[in-house]
Design a protein around this ligand. Structure first.
Ligand SMILES: Nc1ncnc2c1ncn2[C@@H]1O[C@H](COP(=O)(O)OP(=O)(O)OP(=O)(O)O)[C@@H](O)[C@H]1O
Ligand SMILES: [Mg+2]
Length: 290
C-alpha cells in the first residue's frame, strides 16, 4: 500500500499572475514534511534514470524553504536541470532581477521559487545572498571546466563560520564530481565528505542524488542519515546498500515509487516507508515526459 503524498497546490492555470504567488505558498503535506532532510542530515537519493529523483529533490528544497526559511540552501546543478528565478544585480548585491532570458534555449521546465543564480566567476559570488527568507542559491553549469570552481565555492560555503543558521547543500547528480579527473577525488577537497563527517554538529546538511550507489565513496555512503530509493536495476547497487546497513533493501516497483529508510543516531536503520509523490499537475506539465 502506498501512502499517498500530496504536494497540494491550489493553482489555477487560467490565472498566470496568481501562479507565482501560489508557487511561494506551496502547501506541502505533513506526510512529505516527515520525509525531507532535517537540519544537519545526510540524505542520499538513489534511483535509475527517469525514476523521479530530481523531482523529489526539487520538492524537498521547496519544503525546506517553506518550513525552515532561515536555512541557507545551496544547490549545485551540474546537469544542468533547474531554473533559477532571479539573479543578483551587479552594483546592488541585495537587489534581484529576473533571469529567465538565460534559459530561453532550454526546454520548458519549472522555476525554483525564490532562487537566485550564483555568478560563480564573480569575486564575491555569495555576497548579498540569503538575506531574503527561504532564498535558494543555485550554482549551475554543465561544463566540467566550471565544476572545480563550483566545488571550491562549495567548500568555502561549508567551511564558513556561520552561527545560528542552518545550511543545506543539494547536489542533484553528485557522481559528476567523482569522475576520474575531478577535484573531489582527493579526500582533502571532498566537500561532500566534509559535510557528511562534521555537518551534523555544525548544522550543515546535504542531499545527494545519484543514479548509482556504486561510485559514491564508501565513507559518504556509510554516513547517511536518510536514504530515499527509487527503482534501481543493478544488483551490485543493492549489495552496496546492504553493506551499508539496510538489510531489507528491495528496489521499489511502480512508476515514481520510492522507499525511504532513516538511520537513528545509534545506527539502527528504520523500517522503510513506501510512497509516491503526488505532484501538482501544473508542475508535471512543465516537465519533459520522456
Ligand atoms: N512523482 C511523480 N509523478 C508523476 N510523474 C513523475 C513523478 N516524478 C517524475 N515524474 C516524471 O518523470 C520524469 C523524470 O523525472 P525526474 O527528472 O525527476 O527523474 P530523474 O530520476 O531525476 O531522472 P534522471 O536520472 O534522468 O535525472 C519527469 O520529467 C516527469 O515527467
Ligand atoms: Mg535527475
Amino acid at each position: 500500500m502506498f501512502c499517498r503524498l500530496a504536494c497540494v497546490i491550489l493553482l489555477s492555470r487560467k490565472r498566470p499572475n496568481m501562479r507565482n504567488w501560489l508557487l511561494r505558498q506551496a502547501i506541502v503535506t505533513e506526510q512529505f514534511r516527515d520525509l525531507i532532510a532535517k537540519p544537519g542530515e545526510r540524505h542520499l537519493v538513489f534511483g535509475g534514470t527517469r525514476a523521479g529523483k530530481s523531482s523529489w529533490i526539487d520538492w524537498e528544497m521547496r519544503a525546506i524553504q517553506d518550513e525552515r526559511p532561515d536555512c541557507m540552501q545551496l544547490l549545485i546543478d551540474s546537469k544542468p536541470r533547474f531554473r533559477a528565478e532571479k539573479e543578483r544585480m551587479l552594483l546592488n548585491v541585495r537587489a534581484r532581477r529576473n533571469c529567465q532570458w538565460r534559459y530561453q534555449h532550454w526546454q520548458k521546465g519549472p522555476i525554483l521559487p525564490n532562487s537566485v543564480l550564483v555568478d560563480i566567476w564573480a569575486d564575491h559570488p555569495f555576497r548579498g545572498l540569503w538575506h531574503d527568507p527561504g532564498e535558494i542559491a543555485v550554482m549551475q553549469s554543465g561544463d566540467s571546466g566550471d565544476w572545480k570552481r563550483m566545488l571550491e565555492l562549495l567548500m568555502f560555503f561549508a567551511r564558513a563560520q556561520v552561527t545560528g543558521r542552518e545550511r543545506h547543500i543539494t547536489a542533484d547528480e553528485v557522481l559528476d564530481f567523482y569522475g576520474r579527473t575531478t577535484w573531489s577525488l582527493s579526500n582533502k577537497n571532498d566537500v561532500f565528505y566534509l559535510v557528511a563527517r562534521s555537518g551534523g554538529e555544525r548544522a550543515i546538511g546535504e542531499t545527494l542524488g545519484s543514479q548509482r550507489v556504486k561510485g559514491l565513496p564508501i565513507l559518504i555512503r556509510n554516513m547517511f542519515s536518510r536514504i530515499t530509493l527509487f527503482h534501481l536495476t543493478e544488483n551490485s547497487d543493492m549489495a552496496y546498500l546492504r553493506d551499508n546497513g539496510i538489510d531489507d533493501v528491495k528496489s521499489p516497483d511502480g512508476d515514481y515509487v520510492f522507499r525511504q529508510w532513516v538511520k537513528q543516531p545509534g545506527g539502527l536503520v528504520s523500517q522503510p516507508v513506501t510512497g509516491k509523490l503526488a505532484l501538482p499537475e501544473w508542475y508535471l506539465n512543465q516537465l519533459a515526459s520522456t
